[in-house]
Design a protein around this ligand. Structure first.
Ligand SMILES: Nc1ncnc2c1ncn2[C@@H]1O[C@H](COP(=O)(O)OP(=O)(O)OP(=O)(O)O)[C@@H](O)[C@H]1O
Ligand SMILES: [Mg+2]
Length: 334
């Protein structure tokens, strides 16, 4: 969750992200020494309105935002001390690819940062490929998760006797099993910690029945198209998360990043074996390295060695190329 800053407030005081790599979820916590290189979305010429773990958001005008994906990487909700070069470009490239492919109302207006008035010539190369000009919305505060396979927090709920995400599932499933049909398992952005899965009844209560049905239907449709697309490339889209927002004129549109390795669990289809853990095209590589260091998952995270940084970068790029069928070098050249 990001905190919207009031004018004049410094981003570094955000309660969500400390640029030392801490993600403090409680007011006043977590910020200390800045680490050079992590503030990779700096755009001094536009008003800065919010900081997330990965993104920096700037105001272009009343209706439009500049949505910048930095190279920051978080694991276990802690921002790691080193960025992964070009990760923000991978996330923006994949989102943009799917916004173009999917025929659904969304927030992307353009990725041509040279069209933004007020940006300096020195800022444009730094932003190109990693920034999107988006419609500004009021964010609907429910994370629209769709799952086609039983894994992650849903598997843990199921194994431990059931929870919000498993209320419509049959008995007898194994970890990583394909579900009879994709399920909509919303979560809330908890102010104090990890996202929290919520039941259908709780979601209906928050959204109202009409908006609930609308978001469920849209989320599942987008999941199905994207998973067909991925399957044709030897990739399983196990689950993904969408966000939606309401424009000033009341239209509900798809926002945020879409179908990226950060918001989705992608598996190489030939590694899928139900009953087992499946490697994914995401942060698993860096998480495994962190785990073997004995780190206790509280800030600060250990410094990443060069080979872990480059191995992580390679995996993000591999994900881009697998999913889009395009060369990442060509993306960088555009
Ligand atoms: N078109 C939009 N207008 C306004 N806010 C948006 C729009 N699209 C996305 N957002 C918000 O911008 C933020 C993106 O930042 P980032 O992904 O870095 O956050 P985060 O650390 O993942 O935290 P979280 O996603 O849980 O808020 C999200 O809070 C998202 O809800
Ligand atoms: Mg996010």
């Amino acid at each position: 969750m990001v905190r919207i800053l009031v004018p004049g407030e410094e981003a570094v005081e955000s309660e969500n992200i400390g640029h030392d790599g801490t993600v403090a979820r409680t007011p006043g916590g977590g910020v200390s020494r800045p680490i050079p290189g992590l503030w990779l979305g700096d755009v001094p010429t536009l008003p800065h309105i919010a900081s997330g773990k990965v993104r920096e958001i700037y105001e272009i005008d009343e209706d439009r935002l500049l949505f910048v994906a930095t190279d920051r990487i978080s694991a276990y909700d802690v921002i790691l001390p080193q960025p992964i070069p070009d990760k923000g470009r991978v996330l923006t490239g994949v989102s943009r690819f799917f916004f173009d492919l999917l025929d659904v109302p969304n927030h992307l207006l353009s990725t041509d940062v040279s069209s933004v008035d007020g940006l300096g010539d020195d800022e444009i190369p730094h932003l190109s490929g990693r920034a999107m000009i988006v419609r500004r919305v009021e964010v609907i505060p429910v994370e629209c998760v769709v799952r086609g396979y039983l894994y992650g927090s849903s598997w843990r709920e199921y194994r431990d006797g059931g929870g919000p995400t498993t209320e419509h599932l049959p008995d007898g499933l194994r970890m990583a099993d394909k579900l009879p049909e994709p399920i909509f398992t919303p979560a809330t952005k908890a102010v104090s910690g990890h996202d929290e899965n919520i039941t259908e009844a709780q979601t209906r209560q928050r959204l109202g029945d009409d908006l609930y049905e609308d978001l469920r239907q849209r989320s599942i449709e987008v999941y199905l198209s994207a998973s067909d697309h991925a399957a044709a490339r030897g990739v399983i889209l196990a689950d993904t998360k969408f966000e939606f927002g309401t424009t000033a004129d009341g239209e509900v549109i798809l926002i945020d990043e879409v179908l990226t390795p950060d918001s989705s669990r992608y598996w190489p289809a030939d590694r899928w074996a139900p009953g087992n853990e499946i490697p994914s095209y995401d942060k698993q590589f860096v998480r495994e390295w962190l785990d073997q260091t004995g780190w206790d998952r509280t800030p600060p995270a250990p410094d990443l060695p060069a080979d872990v940084i480059s191995g992580t970068r390679d995996r993000y790029i591999e994900a881009y190329e697998k999913i889009t069928d395009l060369s990442f070098d060509d993306y960088l050249d555009r």
